[in-house]
Design a protein around this ligand. Structure first.
Ligand SMILES: Cc1cc2nc3c(=O)[nH]c(=O)nc-3n(C[C@H](O)[C@H](O)[C@H](O)COP(=O)(O)OP(=O)(O)OC[C@H]3O[C@@H](n4cnc5c(N)ncnc54)[C@H](O)[C@@H]3O)c2cc1C
Length: 456
């Protein structure tokens, strides 16, 4: 029994089927793909969460191309992505790049950044420790750059204070520059006008959106899996005689399924509740601060020149609530005309959001006087949670699962809708499928994708 038909659950199902097991998947929505599904809004293909596939190393590229082949040859666009932070009419590359920063940003901003780093270093000549993302960034880039560019980005995209994000995560995603290269950004650029970044990172984008991978995998699994959509597990009984009785509430009422193991890739609080651990379930739910991921889709009739070539623009957080801003028209793998923009919001579950009003208001701040049409929206309900917010409780869930009995595994962070990469989600799916059926506990809590791995 696998809970959740997102990338992790589908990959686990695939591995279990290959191993000859008989598999049922319980999915609370009507869709496969979880946070990484694609949707159609007013005839435009959009990706929720703006997904790209890490493909910097030959190994990463091979893995995606093999997977695409297995699905019958999903065409992949190989795109050099420029991603940036838009601020005061200039764009700073994201991830941060010192050369691009020097070429694109007005001198007073650069001078202030370098002065702030120099002062920060002088005040602590023996160095400072990195406990969290905030400290990690400040120790390398100085407080001004950290506060002006990186902290707003972390607050927006992950919805948490950068002090609550582990330093290890920062180290895997942000370049660690030499002190000299950050200070050198303050050197003047005589005669050069700031221009957009020319740094690119290469990523694969499946044509038609990342969702085609999951619908393709579901199709491949076909009737080798018992699909229980629109369903939830309401109770899991202690294993007896090697079997676990799982009660599933679905469109046709309650059914009880007998199985020898449960792999939950869904929300850990739901798993705790279905095991009768109500207090722990409530504690995890409270800490994870679950939210809906909402995408408002607009069309900008005349895109500013500085937005061309950018697929995502992270907006600065003064006066604008857009968490991320996906320039779908530049996606090249989606069927969208240029200027189709997705504004992503995370909204506490249950809170109403007038997406049309909000998106148009935000666009009017970003592009005063610009002609913008609202096309529609898509929502992933209750799907997104704060970054590692429930890490401590997942330790408690791990303990509880071990005490509960054999054969119940949770992938913890993943189904919690936390931002980690798809390659890792798939590896985790394979890993849980390969565990002994007697294994119980939470798996894969402290791993992050090797985001900055580059081809040598
Ligand atoms: C904004 C955003 C951008 C991202 N961008 C990228 C990117 O560019 N590249 C990349 O590689 N990764 C990206 N990620 C990460 C990627 O989306 C996740 O790693 C991946 O979706 C995790 O897959 P999953 O199956 O573990 O979880 P999910 O995708 O969350 O899927 C979980 C599934 O379980 C179901 N479910 C949950 N609880 C229950 C329950 N109790 N009962 C039944 N079903 C349940 C859900 O409906 C869902 O279908 C991004 C994530 C976000 C939020």
């Amino acid at each position: 029994m696998i809970i959740g038909a997102g990338p992790t659950g589908l990959t686990a199902a695939d591995a279990c089927v290959a191993d000859g097991a008989s598999v049922a998947i319980v999915e609370r929505t009507a869709h496969v793909g979880g946070l990484a599904r694609s949707a159609s809004v007013a005839g435009n293909e959009i990706d929720l969460g703006g997904h790209r596939l890490l493909s910097s190393t030959p190994k990463q590229r091979r893995a995606w191309l093999d997977f695409a082949d297995r699905l019958g040859g999903v065409p992949m666009s190989d795109i050099g992505r420029r991603s940036g932070i838009l601020r005061d009419r200039y764009v700073v590359a994201y991830p941060f790049d010192t050369r691009q920063f020097r070429a694109s940003v007005p001198w007073p901003v650069r001078a202030r950044g370098a002065a702030s780093l120099a002062a920060w270093k002088l005040r602590a000549p023996t160095g400072r420790e990195d406990h969290n993302l905030d400290e990690w960034v400040k120790n390398r880039y100085g407080p001004f750059l950290a506060e002006t560019f990186m902290a707003p980005h972390a607050r927006k995209v992950f919805g948490v204070d950068p002090r609550d994000i582990p330093a290890g995560w920062a180290a895997q995603r942000i370049l660690s520059p030499g002190l000299g290269s950050v200070l050198a950004t303050a050197l003047p650029n005589p005669g050069r006008t700031p221009r957009p970044a020319d740094v690119v990172d290469r990523f694969f984008y499946p044509q038609g959106g990342v969702g085609v991978l999951w619908s393709g995998l579901a199709k491949l699994l076909g009737n080798q899996v018992n699909w229980l959509f629109g369903s939830r597990v309401t109770s899991i009984a202690k294993p007896a005689g090697g079997r676990i009785a799982v009660t599933v509430a679905g469109p046709a009422g309650d059914t009880t399924v007998s199985c020898n193991r449960v792999i939950s890739t869904g929300r850990p609080e739901d798993l705790a509740m279905s095991l009768g651990l109500d207090e722990l379930g409530v504690a995890i739910a409270q800490r994870s601060g679950r939210r809906d991921l909402v995408v408002g889709v607009v069309h900008v009739r005349e895109c500013p020149d500085s937005w061309y070539g950018y697929q995502w623009l992270y907006t600065h957080d003064t006066g604008i609530r857009a968490h991320r801003f996906n320039n779908y028209g530049e996606w090249q793998s989606l069927h969208c005309p240029l200027g189709v923009i997705g504004l992503e919001y995370t909204v506490p579950t249950g809170e109403t959001l007038d997406v049309a009003v909000t998106a148009l208001k935000d666009m009017s701040i970003l592009l005063p006087g610009g002609a913008v049409d609202f096309l529609g929206s898509e929502r992933a309900t209750d799907a997104y949670s704060n970054f590692d917010a429930s890490a401590d409780q997942l330790g408690l869930l791990d303990e509880a699962l071990r005490g509960f009995g054999e054969g119940v595994v949770s992938t913890g962070r993943q189904g919690a809708g936390i931002y980690i990469n798809l390659d890792q989600a798939m590896r985790l799916g394979e890993r849980v499928a390969a565990l002994s059926p007697r294994h119980s506990g939470v798996v894969g809590r402290d791993e992050y994708s090797p985001y900055q791995e580059k081809a040598s």
